[in-house]
Ligand binder design. Structure first.
Ligand code: ATP
Length: 325
């Protein structure tokens, strides 16, 4: 499905009605739009309908679940019925007094993004898409490790929310039972100290069936462990943990996160294959044993070539034998 197009025109009205009344008329929609609603899992006979179990986003409920520290930090909480990408929207706020302290979320992202231009699928009401703007006063050489810090914070939020078997995959995927539950995309909005960054997080909450066939890797979903999951409560937990972790990272750097990160890494001590598309010859790979992460967040691998460190950026990690898509 062309998610990019789904935010346009008549569908925007459908999304807005769904977000306010859980039901919307589909009269006058063309075939393509109807197919898009079908793919989003909201088309029921002659109207668009949202299941009762979908916890619609509510700024009030989210605010109530924030810690006092997060409330102090928060400057703006924007909840949209639909959006292209929460990260893109927040990056667009840079000119209006910076991104720090702002949170953007939406019921549906029509052009959600992953790393390296990949798509992130977020069906209506069934994926938690949130972007958090932060300012971090550290040398730019250290900012690469923020990816790992945020992965750990997301994991902590999910554990606090009551989930089990949550691991990390370097640099910043969050896995449940070894399958991808959440994705993180960090974008630099402003490089001068203090740097401003937009932290985008997508978590599957009830959409596994809708997306499993369209994602080239194993997918996990909060709803596999929690009945009637509350996206509002989960979103607040994410903000609480990410804001606290960024504060600690700004004060202490990656040092206090390094050992906990290794302990949470699904592939620690295992044999993996790294795909290095940025090294000149596309498709280069290296296989070896994961020794842990370095002080800058790079992954230390022991291979036939000796011990080397790989920085995130262009590198993809897979279990040995799997290939990065
Ligand atoms: P890397 O391992 O290099 O991070 P990745 O494939 O995990 O690679 P990301 O940018 O983290 O890349 O995420 C985008 C990828 O995630 C897509 O290419 C797709 O395979 C998968 N994906 C897209 N939407 C979802 C989703 N809702 N849940 C799980 N996986 C998804």
């Amino acid at each position: 499905m062309d998610f990019e197009r789904a935010g346009a025109g008549a569908l925007a009205t459908v999304f807005e009605e769904l977000a306010s009344r859980r039901v919307a008329s589909i009269a006058g929609l063309d075939r393509t739009s109807l197919d898009q609603l079908q793919a989003l899992g909201v088309l029921v006979r002659d109207q668009a309908v949202l299941d009762e179990d979908v916890d619609l986003l509510s700024a009030t409920t989210i605010r109530e679940a924030l810690t006092p520290a997060s409330v102090d930090w928060l400057r703006e909480l924007a909840v949209h019925p639909h959006i292209g990408s929460t990260n893109t929207a927040l990056l667009g706020r840079l000119d209006t007094d910076g991104v720090a302290g702002r949170v953007v979320t939406a019921e549906v992202q029509t052009a959600g993004r992953g790393r390296r231009g990949r798509a992130w699928l977020s069906p209506f009401g069934r994926n938690l898409a949130v972007s958090i703007g932060v300012a971090i006063d550290r040398p730019s050489s250290e900012l690469g490790a923020l990816s790992l810090v945020v992965g750990l914070a997301v994991r902590d939020a999910l554990l606090e929310y009551g989930l089990k078997d949550i691991d990390l995959k370097w640099p910043n995927d969050v896995l449940m039972y070894g399958a991808k539950l959440a994705g993180i995309l960090i974008e630099l909005a402003q490089p001068n100290r203090p740097a401003e960054l937009v932290i985008g997080i997508g978590v599957n909450v009830g959409c596994r069936q809708a997306i499993a066939d369209r994602v080239g890797q194993a997918v996990a979903d909060v709803a596999e462990q929690v009945e009637h999951p509350s996206r509002n409560r989960l979103l607040a937990a994410l903000v609480n943990h990410v804001v606290a972790a960024c504060g600690r990272f700004a004060a202490e750097g990656f040092v206090p996160f390094r050992a906990p990160w290794d302990a949470a890494h699904h592939y620690h001590g295992r044999t993996v294959t790294l795909t290095l598309p940025g090294t000149g010859s596309p498709g280069d790979t290296v296989s070896g044993t994961v020794l842990g992460v370095a002080g800058n967040g790079a992954l230390r691998i022991a291979s036939a070539a000796g011990v080397r460190e790989y920085i995130a950026g262009e590198v993809s990690l897979r279990a040995a034998g799997e290939t990065a898509g």
